[in-house]
Design a binder for this molecule. Structure first.
Ligand code: NAP
Length: 539
């Protein structure tokens, strides 16, 4: 176990991770509260998810003018997005622009992965240790490690024997990957696979997609942003800010209060056709009961299925792609550019691995139960150990030597997603039990970071030096998180990463709060307004 000694550098606060959350949290603690703050980042540069996910086609599904920081009017006005959906390179440039604008680099230590952190009760301080053995000490530690940052590379038999190129979309190399004249395999058809497949198919000699579960996808209809749009957006930032705050998902729109199944079929078809032609996440918000009424959801699912059958010419491929096993939206649906169309190309094959499971990776390719394939390259688009993966990769030891990994062995437990009993002064941005991945992330991040900053400010004003949640409030919040999901169709999707079901052995608990970011914001504001009800402070 680490011990406090004189060789450590002392800080007021340590932030872990330099993605959207870490950048905003460092800025707020340093510049609003004047705290001596250090940000530790494993990568060589800022960006978080947008630093690591460089696969072809990586792009955000939130519209660019909403997928950004709203805390600075100046930054909102100075930065101009080029397209409706921002691509990975542009988001990375944006995060570098903000980091430079706020002069944050002197407070960031790159190439520093946190291995362990220990809370020392006698000094009321955390000691954070990197994988290289450096130690840093602070009163507060804020995890900003992200919800989808711990890559899941399935342990398929023979994986290490493969002699060709092997990649994971979430750990994509910085160098250009060339697909020309190559036989390529993509395993996985979540958002990452669905974005990468059409681009890989353009230059690969042959592309074989291995699909386990058919995924819903709606056309993104990406387009360049006009000067007129950008100037109206910049003149109306408060309008967008308020719209996003009012919505359950943090996007600047709301689903109308109409039911899919109670709408006349001709009218329903018109609404859905129009939404499909406009594309984007708004398609899901065409009606108000898509995620709560099974019959309504089936009508939406059937519409998407019909679209796939229309687009994909080979009936066998069309069937594999549209043989859905879960209601639309209960696993994260994707946005795509020509995903289904790509299966009409001669060089693109599709294997249903539910029917013909992968047996092993060989030195030259891959074998399913009934076929042998030769590949030059295998790409895992197999997702992440979501929400808890990156947190639990760090050994987090709280009061009295308790390990977070032990406390969470049956699933994560937090109060409001923000704190855990027994781990004083440790905060989590977009932690399990908060709306996080069900929202437009920068908006959820802004709410969490602002709340944490206000809370620390309140502690300073009141001379409190220690905060942690009361156990009974944490249990009550966990019940509220489960109750919120019971009123929806989410539990029907048994194989979802929202539940942790994609990781063998992971406890299956629905992790995000589905009650809506607007409702969650109100709950957090009420807690703060009542002197942080449910938290205990000491001096
Ligand atoms: P994902 O949604 O978890 O998809 C992983 C895919 O790999 C699924 O098709 C999964 O099948 C398959 N898979 C997992 N383990 C497998 C195994 N052992 N053998 C065969 N197939 C396996 O991961 P992702 O596509 O990286 O996306 C994760 C999340 O990141 C998204 O849901 C989204 O929230 C975010 N994301 C967003 C964007 C964007 O905004 N455009 C882009 C990329 C990612 P099953 O479905 O059967 O598990």
């Amino acid at each position: 176990m680490s011990s406090i000694n004189n060789s450590e550098t002392f800080y007021d606060a340590i932030v872990i991770g330099a993605g959207f959350s870490g950048i905003q949290q460092l800025h707020f603690l340093r510049d609003k509260l004047g705290l001596k703050t250090l940000l530790l980042e494993a990568g060589e540069a800022v960006g978080g998810t947008w630093y690591w996910n460089r696969y072809p086609g990586a792009r955000c599904d939130s519209e660019s003018h909403t997928y950004c920081f709203y805390f600075s009017e100046q930054i909102l006005k100075e930065w101009s997005w080029s397209q409706k959906y921002p691509g990975q390179e542009e988001i990375l440039s944006y995060l570098n622009f903000v980091t430079d604008k706020l002069e944050l680099r002197p407070n960031i230590l790159f190439r520093t992965r946190v291995a362990e952190m220990n809370y020392f009760q006698s000094q009321n301080r955390w000691v954070v240790k990197s994988t290289k053995g450096e130690k840093f000490s602070a009163s507060y530690v804020i995890s900003a490690v992200g919800c989808l940052s711990s890559a899941n590379s399935p342990n398929i038999k023979g994986r290490d024997n493969f002699q060709g190129e092997l990649y994971h979309t979430g750990q994509w190399p910085h160098e250009k990957v060339d697909f020309k004249n190559k036989k390529v395999a993509v395993i996985g058809t979540g958002s990452s696979g669905i974005q990468a497949v059409p681009l890989i198919a353009k230059s690969a000699k042959e592309l074989t997609v291995f699909q386990r579960t058919p995924n819903f996808s709606v056309p993104a209809r990406n387009a360049d942003l006009s000067k007129e749009f950008l100037s109206q957006f910049k003149s109306k930032t408060s309008y967008y800010r308020e719209k996003m705050k009012a919505a359950r998902h943090g996007h600047p729109w709301q689903a109308p209060d109409i039911s899919v199944r109670e709408t006349l079929s001709t009218e329903r078809e018109e609404i859905l056709e129009e939404a499909w032609s406009k594309g984007g996440l708004r398609f899901r918000e065409s009606f108000g009961d898509t995620l709560t009424d099974l019959e309504s959801n089936k009508l939406m699912s059937d519409f998407i299925k019909r679209k796939i059958l229309e687009i994909v010419k080979d009936p066998n491929k069309a069937k594999i792609l549209s043989n859905f096993d879960h209601p639309f939206g209960t696993k994260r649906p994707a946005l795509d550019t020509d995903y289904f169309e790509t299966f009409n190309k001669k060089n693109v094959n599709l294997i249903d691995i539910r029917q013909d499971p992968i047996q092993e990776i060989t030195n030259v390719g891959l074998e399913t139960e009934s076929q042998k394939f030769d590949f030059d390259m295998i790409i895992f688009a197999t997702g992440f150990d979501a929400l808890t993966g990156s947190l639990l990769k760090m050994e987090i030891i709280g009061e009295g030597g308790r390990r977070l990994a032990d406390d969470w062995k049956d699933g994560p437990r937090t109060y409001l997603g923000l704190q855990v009993a027994g781990f004083p002064n440790f905060f989590i941005v977009t932690g399990p039990g908060s709306p996080s991945v069900l929202t437009n992330m920068p908006q959820a991040i802004d709410q969490n970071v602002s709340w944490i900053t206000d809370c620390i400010s309140y502690m300073k004003e009141n001379n409190f030096s220690k905060i942690e949640p009361k156990k009974e409030f944490m249990s009550d919040w966990m019940e509220q998180v489960q109750k919120a999901v019971e009123g929806t169709l989410f539990p029907i999707a048994k194989h979802s990463w929202y539940l942790g079901a994609n990781i063998p052995g992971k406890p299956q608990v629905f992790m995000p709060y589905v009650g809506g970011l607007n409702q969650y914001r109100k709950i957090c504001d009420d807690v703060a307004a009542t002197g942080y009800n449910g938290f205990q402070f000491s001096t």
